[in-house]
Design a protein around this ligand. Structure first.
Ligand code: GDP
Length: 140
């Protein structure tokens, strides 16, 4: 039976550092199935829309600028318990606090430039997947 989905982005810092392959390897080795994927770049407007929930936070401007600064990999991943398991795999927001072996511990530079995004709920996973992909681009 099909598992649940989560949405991820490999952020501009990790793409620039040539970590796409290593990060995707780790994701697949951890049991996630890639059901949609593309290399793309967010406009500042699109990045602002994606992170709208953080609009009032002091780092919003910096976040939008960073997320639109270069190409990203957007992907939809399928697995049982996808959202929670992926959050465990990526580790804490601040790589300094991320557990050993997590993607952020291994590849993130800082709190802002932290290599990967992972949805925080099933509801947001669907919203975020549909933000980037149409139905025919998702192979579930
Ligand atoms: P996440 O769910 O672990 O990605 O963390 P949040 O939802 O709290 O924050 C969303 C994203 O905003 C993070 O992944 C970071 O890229 C960025 N961010 C969070 N806190 C800060 C901060 O203090 N400074 C900067 N520049 N970016 C931040």
């Amino acid at each position: 039976m099909a598992g649940k989905i989560t949405f991820t982005m490999i952020k501009p810092d990790a793409v620039k550092s040539q970590y796409i392959g290593a990060i995707l390897d780790k994701i697949v080795a951890s049991g996630f199935k890639i059901v949609a994927m593309k290399l793309t770049q967010l406009s500042a407007a699109k990045a602002g829309e994606f992170y709208e929930v953080h609009k009032e936070r002091p780092f919003y401007g910096e976040l939008v600028e960073f997320m639109s600064s270069g190409p990203i990999v957007a992907a939809v991943l399928e697995k049982d318990n996808a959202v929670e398991d992926f959050r465990t795999l990526i580790g804490a927001t601040n790589p300094a606090n991320a557990a050993e072996g997590t993607i952020r511990k291994m590849y993130a530079k800082s709190m802002g430039e932290n290599a990967v995004h992972g949805s925080d709920s099933d509801e947001n996973a669907l919203i975020e997947a549909q933000f980037h992909f149409s139905g025919v681009e998702m192979f579930r």
